[in-house]
Design a protein around this ligand. Structure first.
Ligand SMILES: *Cc1c(COP(=O)(O)O)cnc(C)c1O
Length: 431
């Protein structure tokens, strides 16, 4: 199939996500033929550095030989079996290893296929727990302003992004939000905690859970807060008997600098949602982990007290084998320490960006870099994205915030190239 043909057929037959399709009258789709390491290669041989890890999923580069080998081994044995009434080694091993990574505090793993499903599972499990415990009025949720927890109807109820939500407002049971902590603005952390305490005090009898993206509110523009915020928020939730849900779909698996972001606060959430990086970007998989005291409230002779939620692909064996390969890489390459040791040198490479007159609030946490651009038009994100593509880099700013979330396997040279292309794209987008 020649490229022109492929693009036309894609526009005719494929409804692309997060896209106003009409904009493709001006901006062509990019047909990717293959990929290697941080590089996506299109059908004409143009290369694009995947600086957003293909929407934050790809941790160890494309065409990773170790993940591929693990999937191939599993593929020859068992691709899938329904997980109700059956089990298999990859799902058992994965659950045990994830549990060990929480110091066995979160010993029960419930699987879904994507991030939004994990959010749905955590919300349902929390409310159902309270019902089973005789607190059937605890059915409300609380989220931070600017939160993003996925785009199914239940998840949109705790997602505070107007563009994704407003068209569906009549279909959604909206949760309350409190102001978010934001390290760019002093005092917001204290303000947020005060609002949390007030809300808990007034509404705890109806509140099942508080859901948070620990340390980094990613989709609303890489907004950072301190571990101290999580520590205090968790303490308040415990005091008022409200569950604390850590949505680490974006920030888990080392992105924040530790394996899980909540570890930096020394807390254990009641529910931990994981997806995105879990299979290194190979196959869809998500999981919600919880502690034994919550699991126990469902364990009963009465069927309806059980958690009867299900997805057809729950615990898919191929996806679990990819996730096991990802955990193997973390262990054998000591990825968390290796990343930590690299960050100072990578930060030095960003100096020219930090000194750019239009760049404000340059920030880094773990393997995330972000900065705000001043003097932009409302069209900045699209202009910058297009300019970056011309310079061989895939970047998708959020509003006027540009961020890097590259695969951990990016080399120093590739990172330097990314910085250079970003500078050039910035000047183009601003001119
Ligand atoms: C991406 C994301 C989700 C939703 O995951 P999907 O797989 O896109 O449904 C939920 N929460 C956070 C924090 C995310 O970044």
């Amino acid at each position: 199939m020649n490229n022109k043909n492929l693009l036309a057929r894609s526009l005719a037959a494929v409804w692309h996500p997060c896209t106003q399709m009409k904009q493709h009258e001006q901006f062509p789709l990019i047909p990717i033929d293959h990929a290697e390491g941080v590089w996506l290669v299109d059908c004409d041989g143009h290369r694009y550095l995947d600086a957003v890890s293909s929407w934050w999923v790809n941790l160890f580069g494309h065409n990773n030989s170790r993940i591929r080998a693990a999937i191939q081994l599993q593929l020859a044995k068992l691709e899938h079996v329904m997980l109700a009434g059956f089990t298999h080694e990859p799902v058992v091993k994965l659950s045990e290893r994830l549990s060990a990574l929480t110091d066995h505090q979160l010993g029960h793993c419930f699987y879904g296929s994507d991030g939004a499903s994990a959010t749905e599972i955590a919300l349902k499990m929390s409310a159902h727990y309270w019902r089973n415990e005789g607190h059937e009025h605890k059915t409300q949720f609380l989220a931070l302003a600017g939160s993003y927890h996925g785009e199914t109807l239940g998840a949109l109820g705790v997602t505070d992004v107007a563009l994704f939500r407003d068209a569906y407002a009549p279909l959604i049971r909206m949760s309350a939000t409190i102001p978010a902590p934001d390290l760019r603005f002093p005092g917001t952390q204290e303000g947020s905690l005060t609002a949390l305490e007030n809300h808990l005090e007034q509404h705890h009898q109806h509140l099942a859970a508080f859901i948070v993206e620990p340390l980094i509110q990613a989709a609303s523009g890489m907004i950072f807060h301190e571990p101290e915020f999580l520590r205090e928020a968790k303490r308040l939730c415990e005091q008022y008997q409200v569950h604390f849900i850590a949505d680490e779909i974006a920030v888990g698996f080392g992105r924040s600098g530790t394996f899980f972001a909540h570890q930096q606060a020394g807390i254990t959430p009641d529910f931990l949602c994981l997806s995105k990086g879990i299979t290194g970007g190979y196959l869809p998989l998500s999981v919600v982990m919880t502690r034994h005291s919550i699991y126990k409230a469902f364990y009963h002779d009465n069927t309806a007290r059980g958690f009867l939620h299900s997805h057809s692909y729950t615990g898919n064996a191929l996806a679990c084998s990819a996730a096991l390969a990802v955990l193997d890489i973390f262990e054998s390459d000591n990825v968390i320490n290796a990343n930590r040791e690299r960050v100072p040198a990578l930060n030095r490479l960003t100096k020219p960006l930090q000194h750019h007159p239009a760049v404000k609030q340059f920030r880094n946490r773990g393997m995330i870099w972000a900065f705000d651009v001043t003097g932009t038009s409302s069209d900045f994100a699209r202009c910058f994205h297009q300019a970056a593509l011309k310079h061989g880099v895939l970047l998708r700013p959020i509003g006027h915030t540009v961020y890097f979330m590259p695969p951990y396997t990016i080399t120093d040279d590739e990172f330097e190239l990314l910085v250079t292309a970003t500078l050039e794209s910035l000047d183009e987008a601003l001119s």
